[in-house]
Design a protein around this ligand. Structure first.
Ligand code: NAP
Ligand code: MG
Length: 519
């Protein structure tokens, strides 16, 4: 793709025109977009609405109805009814091939309306097209993977064991029933897909709570699900604020399992809440990603790669690189090359040709990032690229400049996930020191080692205390390998995108059967 700064190989925007079908969907005949419950669009009993905006322009895209406690309860009732049916024809009873057929029909409709879903990611989510295109591809990739898994992993009775004279035992695996997915704003389509396909294919009926900042793609997917022919109540979407709609989900005992993706603090809060009534939960949370650069690496080449990963979705990616530990022998050259990359990122509106660093999602996020920049300096980080607010002519969005700092071992200037194009670079005297510093954080999502000696890289990567450990790559995902977090970044549960993810959406019982006792 042609860019203004061809040497800065960051994810880049192509010009994107808002499709008429997206505008029509958002306008909704002059009515606010309702939630989607039991196959119907629901305005909500609170008569409350909120606006979703384009973060790069602050244009209002749509008005959306907020769902409260009553709607959560209504969605749970609808999902329970869809799950059980009349005892034989509920979603839990659908043969796996029929579930797969409906899922793949939804995928075909998503392919047909790809431009609408791209508009959701680009305008509602504030993404550049190069990233948004890859995100929309995940709908099909995820659905196909989990259809295959669902066909291979049988539910129901497991093999029988003779456990005592006249007694046999076997496992019985079944879906939970009603399962909720609480989704953050940074990857709405990807994370909704990662939740909904394994949950549905395992036989659950679902409630999706999109983030208040990015409700449009989940609402559009609900519309497509209806067109695909999903029975009413199998898929429900409840837009609203976390502290209201999300909290009501966490408090509802009819929801048997919650899949949460978001920040560690909110994840811990929901876990405490839902644990009180025995609702299980899996959590995929934030990180403070590290990259270790060994002395044999080419500083120019690796600085470019690390810059690209640090800037993925403007650093608003959960396993983005925020901390770099580079061998002191190449540190000056590396820092210089990274400075060049950060300074030359093209800041602009995300739907305009050539933009590489667009607006952050909302004003709270903007003040958090600016505060983190000043705190990093106060804690001893030396600015290499200074950060601060940015101006984009003609646009009112939340623009912030990238920030890069030089630091040293023992200076704890970057303790938390910042969620922007922000990194500290710490020269180190050995790979062992780098490893120790990289691991000295309560987070544990994704980290990488950069070296020409791949075997040495693998040996070091395995010692990282992270769910995803990489050599000469970062922000990696693949269906078939778990994507999850250690420490405060995740768990319990297997992570996403692997066979065990599918099993997470089921529960297993032991069944013992004895011969009827002799009188
Ligand atoms: P967040 O503030 O934790 O919100 C995540 C979701 O939880 C949103 O839908 C939010 O609703 C909802 N929520 C907030 N308070 C709630 C409550 N009391 N009860 C129930 N739900 C509640 O996270 P975010 O700022 O949206 O997303 C960024 C975070 O997600 C970062 O930490 C990032 O690293 C992490 N993340 C992790 C992964 C992963 O796979 N590990 C992937 C992507 C993002 P509202 O937004 O509507 O208030
Ligand atoms: Mg928005």
């Amino acid at each position: 793709m042609a860019t203004a700064h061809a040497n800065i190989q960051a994810l880049t925007a192509a010009r994107f025109e808002m499709p008429a079908k997206f505008t029509q969907f958002c306008e909704n005949g002059g009515q606010p977009l309702g939630g989607y419950i039991g196959g119907q669009s629901v305005p909500g009993s609170m008569n409350a609405t909120f606006e979703t905006v384009d973060p790069g322009s602050l244009d209002v895209l749509a008005r959306v109805c907020e769902m409260g406690e009553a709607e959560v309860d209504r969605a749970v009732t609808a999902a329970q009814a869809a799950f059980a049916g009349n005892g034989v024809n509920g979603w839990r009873d659908f043969p796996v091939d029929e579930r797969c057929e409906l899922v793949m029909k939804l995928v075909e409709l998503a392919d047909r309306d790809r431009d609408v879903l791209l508009a959701c990611e680009i305008h509602d989510g504030g993404k550049v097209s190069e990233l948004a295109e890859g995100d929309v591809d995940q709908i099909r990739a995820c659905a196909e993977y989990f259809c295959d898994v669902a066909r291979r992993i049988p539910l129901g009775d497991g093999p029988s064991l003779d456990v005592a004279d006249g007694v046999r035992g076997f496992t019985y695996r079944e879906p939970w029933g009603v399962v909720a997915g609480i989704i953050p704003w940074n990857y709405p389509i990807v994370l909704t897909s990662w939740f909904m396909f394994p949950a549905l294919l395992a036989g659950n009926c679902i409630i999706i709570k999109p983030a208040e900042d990015t409700p449009l793609s989940a609402l559009y997917l609900a519309k497509l699900a209806e067109e695909a022919g999903f029975p009413p109540g199998v898929i429900n979407v409840l837009p609203g604020r976390g502290e209201l709609t999300g909290q009501a989900i966490a408090e509802h005992p009819g929801i048997r399992y919650i899949s949460f993706t978001g920040s560690p603090g909110v994840g811990q809060h929901i876990l405490r809440t839902c644990d009180r009534h025995g609702t299980r939960m899996k959590r995929e949370m934030g990180g403070n990603g590290a990259a270790i650069v060994l002395d044999d690496a080419d500083p120019e080449v690796v600085a470019r790669m690390i810059g690209r990963h640090a800037n993925q979705h403007f650093g608003q990616t959960c396993c983005t690189i925020h901390r770099v530990f580079v061998d002191q022998k190449i540190a000056d050259d590396f820092i210089d090359a990274e400075r060049h990359f950060f300074e030359n990122l093209k800041i602009g509106y995300q739907a305009e040709e050539g933009t590489q660093l667009g607006a952050v999602i909302n004003p709270t996020q903007m003040s958090r990032v600016l505060k983190a920049q000043s705190e990093t300096v106060a804690r001893g980080g030396q600015p290499v690229v200074a950060g601060g607010p940015a101006e984009v002519p003609g646009k009112k969005g939340f623009y912030v400049k990238p920030a890069l700092y030089r630091t040293q071992p023992g200076v704890q200037c970057n303790p938390q996930e910042v969620f922007h194009t922000f990194a500290t670079i710490c020269p180190v005297s050995s790979a062992e020191q780098a490893l120790e510093l990289a691991n000295s954080t309560p987070y544990g999502l994704g980290a990488s080692v950069w070296t020409k000696d791949v075997d040495r890289g693998i040996a070091l990567a395995k010692q990282l205390r992270d769910g995803t450990c990489q050599v000469n790559c970062h922000n990696s995902i693949a269906y078939g390998l778990p994507y999850g977090g250690q420490g405060i970044s995740g768990g319990p549960g297997a992570g996403v995108n692997c066979e065990d993810t599918f099993r997470d959406y089921t529960q297993v019982k032991a069944v013992y059967v004895s011969e009827y006792p002799e009188a």
